[in-house]
Design a protein around this ligand. Structure first.
Ligand SMILES: CC(C)(CO)C(=O)C(=O)O
Length: 406
């Protein structure tokens, strides 16, 4: 199979390295570089990725490389026509499995440029900070559910940073949890989790629920999904697990709130993650944002329940006995606070991604973090003044140079 990785920051490179270690050589892994310069630079280093973990360095080679700028410009109609043709034939330009680890705001433009190479047989894995990217993709690009690629949503707690362009330090070993977005054609990928014939502890996901075998008449449609899930589960050093999509969404919401507090505060204060919660003032902000986030998640769940119960009632079901979803305990204010304090402690030496973006003068992911929460707030009529204040301050921090020594 052919795997492509878009976004070669620390997490993208860590992923590429671990994939290369577990996949036999006949499966190609292509690193999509942003510029010719970056690709050339990688080549001078033999195309290798070095990962340091507790002082031990391991190296992988054998990657293919592509340049995003040159190979994917949609303004060349001839090229794009060729690619469409190649893709129809399952040719070398078609992308089978695409891991996206770029900044959230780069996703849409990147997907637009790769579009001629994607089809409903492709699998796209979104492994990024922030939320709302999948919703934007389906709203703006993949409007027809039957023609969209398979999507895997993943959340990551590994800590890694770059020490030079292809040297990555795997500083904090965490985990990656992923779930598969339900199939528009109705195949139940999560049947294994719901198997009532075995005890709860044995209700595990099964690759065969994606596609039983090569005899499956729809094998081509699900081949890349099957291959991508299998490859992800092989990456043991990254502690990858396949979970029900609802659980992954809860994990993503928790991570979102972590990022909605730690990232803006560190970017505004210019301190490491461990430096923020040393004052009661910071703890007050922490409590407010967690309360707002918890309230908005509860309002969203309540509204979803209402819509669902109304549709059941319209079908004549007695909805008084139907069990409804409740706010998971892990999304209550106090557990969100505990999680944020824990993450700040275990990543105390980190420079957050938002502080790093502000320092480099590049756009932050604030619109996909606090901005996503605020969109939920306006949809479900929940006031979120502390979340909004952090968003506005980060926008100011990006726009106005600090320490002007007036
Ligand atoms: C968890 C945290 C805050 C670690 O630095 C992070 O995800 C980030 O910096 O974006």
């Amino acid at each position: 199979m052919r795997f492509h990785i878009l976004g070669l920051g620390s997490i993208g490179s860590l992923l590429a390295h671990n994939l290369r270690r577990v996949l036999p050589k006949e499966h190609s892994i292509t690193l999509i570089h942003k510029t010719q310069n970056q690709a050339a630079e990688a080549l001078t280093r033999g195309g290798a990725i070095h990962v340091e973990n507790q002082g031990l360095v391991s190296t992988t080679t054998g990657f293919r490389s592509e340049v995003f700028e040159a190979s994917s410009t949609p303004s060349d109609p001839k090229k794009s026509k060729r690619k469409k043709h190649a893709q129809k034939l399952g040719g070398p330009d078609a992308i089978e499995s695409l891991f996206i680890t770029t900044k959230a705001h780069h996703t849409l433009p990147a997907i637009r440029r790769l579009l001629p190479r994607l089809s409903s047989n492709t699998t796209v894995v979104l492994l990024q900070n922030g939320m709302g990217i999948y919703e934007e993709l389906t709203h703006d690009i993949f409007r027809n559910p039957e023609q969209r690629p398979h999507f895997i949503l993943a959340t990551n707690t590994h800590g890694a940073f770059r020490k030079g362009s292809h040297n990555i330090v795997h500083a904090g070993v965490g985990n990656i949890a992923f779930g598969i977005v339900p199939d528009p054609l109705g195949r139940n990928f999560e049947a294994g989790f719901e198997n009532k014939t075995v005890p709860r502890t044995e209700q595990n996901p099964r690759i065969s629920d994606i596609s039983p075998s090569a005899d499956d008449p729809s094998f081509d449609r699900y081949k890349s999904l099957r291959g991508t899930v299998a490859a992800m589960l092989l990456m043991e050093p990254l502690n990858v697990s396949w979970r029900p999509i609802a659980q992954v969404q809860t994990a993503m919401r928790r991570k979102l709130v972590v990022n909605a507090v730690i990232n803006p505060l560190t970017a505004l204060m210019g301190c490491r993650n461990g430096g923020i919660f040393t004052t009661t003032a910071a703890r007050r902000i922490l409590q407010r944002v967690c309360q707002e986030a918890s309230d908005v998640f509860a309002a969203q769940i309540k509204a979803d329940n209402k819509t669902w119960l109304e549709s059941l009632a319209a079908d004549g079901v007695d909805t008084n006995r139907v069990p409804v979803e409740r706010l998971p305990r892990s999304l209550t204010r106090s557990l969100l606070e505990d999680e944020i304090l824990h993450v700040a402690e275990v990543t105390k030496g980190n420079i957050s991604s938002m502080l790093s973006d502000v320092r480099r003068g590049i756009p932050t992911e604030i619109d996909y973090i606090n901005g996503y929460l605020l969109k939920l707030g306006s949809t479900y009529h929940v006031d979120m003044p502390a979340t909004a204040m952090l968003l506005n301050l980060v926008k100011m921090r990006s726009a106005i140079p600090l320490d002007q020594m007036l």
